[in-house]
Design a protein around this ligand. Structure first.
Ligand code: NDP
Ligand code: GDP
Length: 327
């Protein structure tokens, strides 16, 4: 039975990746950072019904000694580094923490692997945010990067360190440049989930409006369930490499609102207002990925449409709020 160590197991992708690897017969061990809210921290794993099927070990991305101890005790065949301060907007408020966790933290995981178990296969959660001020209309593995936030700069550092450890130490280290991916388990502060949660609250009479920032930005949105499959496939290849994972379709926030409100039979124009508080100091206006390499080499294909995913998210948020209302 192969063993996978997942940092960020309590996040969206960690939960779906755990589900996938458990189905494939893996022993799944997740890094858990100490929190006073330990009782709610496994909520996403519980939602998928797998909290009792994974092992959780204490550690923190900013504490190299904890990572060395974890790699020593867990003895992983595969390490998926998904942990990060992952919210772009927060990275301007906490640039140093973002650098420490999202940038240096990834190198701490690489170091723990190199020192203790350099033959473990390593996955780095890189991001389309690294393209930022896009240098080509459609972005692939060869497109130059131009990060536009402290988050994206930190991710770019971690990305190049992953490439460097592969080239310097011969480690099986791969970097997935994943475009935005969402699900009912997406953090509530991200725009898709903020919108689907807003739709549910308005539909149930719990809110009258939804305040957003820039409605004209566009994103290439896929489903997290599809994207974790690409992570797994990267580590099954003989040779480590970097891959773009995207759907090849970009949609504005405005159209996202149109789709989400229509799932509940509502017109977004009646409820969405704009508030400058949600604008960013520097914006990433457009992202659109070309996943030809992942499709050709990994045999990866996305299975969920944007409309299907948004409907799933609205239904899940309606169910959540109805449950609270009735309790
Ligand atoms: P989430 O924000 O949902 O999860 C982040 C995870 O990192 C959580 O488990 C969190 O733990 C953990 N974490 C944060 N700080 C630390 C720390 N100091 N030590 C240990 N663990 C820590 O992110 P997603 O699941 O959405 O994304 C997974 C990865 O992929 C992230 O690195 C993200 O930046 C990257 N990415 C995501 C994309 C997306 O669209 N979702 C696109 C491209 C890249 P806790 O639960 O305790 O907060
Ligand atoms: P990101 O691509 O990782 O920054 O993912 P987000 O979901 O946080 O943001 C996607 C896009 O939605 C960005 O261009 C934001 O500026 C835009 N956006 C517009 N209004 C909002 C909002 O209220 N919250 C968030 N998070 N994003 C918003």
């Amino acid at each position: 039975m192969p063993t996978a160590l997942i940092t960020g197991i309590t996040g969206q992708d960690g939960a779906y990746l755990s589900q996938l690897l458990l189905k494939k017969g893996y022993r799944v061990v997740g890094l858990l950072r100490r929190s006073a809210s330990a009782d709610v921290i496994g909520e996403r794993l519980r939602w998928l019904g797998i909290l009792d099927d994974v092992e959780l070990v204490d550690g923190n991305l900013t504490d190299l000694s904890s990572l060395i101890r974890v790699v020593e005790t867990v003895n992983p065949d595969e390490i998926y580094n998904l942990a990060a301060q992952s919210f772009v907007a927060a990275s301007w408020q906490q640039p140093l923490l973002t650098g420490n966790v999202t940038g240096i933290g990834a190198v701490n995981v690489l170091e723990a692997a190199r020192i203790v178990q350099s033959n473990a296969r390593f996955y780095q959660a890189s991001s389309s945010e690294m393209y930022g001020l896009i240098q080509e209309p459609v972005q692939n593995e060869k497109t130059p990067f131009y990060p536009r936030s402290p988050y994206a700069v930190a991710k770019l550092y971690a990305h190049w360190m992953t490439v460097n450890y592969r080239e310097s130490f011969g480690m099986h280290a791969s970097s997935g440049i994943l475009f935005n991916h969402e699900s009912p388990l997406r953090g509530i502060e991200f725009v898709t989930r903020k919108v689907t949660d807003g739709v549910a609250r308005i539909k149930l009479g719990l809110a009258n409006e939804l305040a957003l920032g820039n409605l004209d930005a566009t994103r290439d949105w896929g489903h997290a369930r599809d994207y974790v499959r690409a992570m797994y496939l990267m580590l099954q290849q003989e040779k480590p490499d970097d891959y773009v994972v995207a759907t090849g379709r970009t949609t504005s926030i405005r159209d996202l609102c149109r789709i989400a409100f229509s799932v509940a039979g509502l017109n977004y124009e009646d409820y969405v207002v704009t508030n400058p508080a949600f604008l960013r100091p520097a914006e990433v206006e457009v992202l659109l990925g070309d996943a030809t390499k992942a499709k050709t080499i990994l045999g990866w294909e996305p299975e969920t449409t944007l409309e299907g995913m948004i409907a799933e998210m609205v239904e899940a948020d309606l169910a959540r709020h109805s449950r609270y209302q009735n309790s």
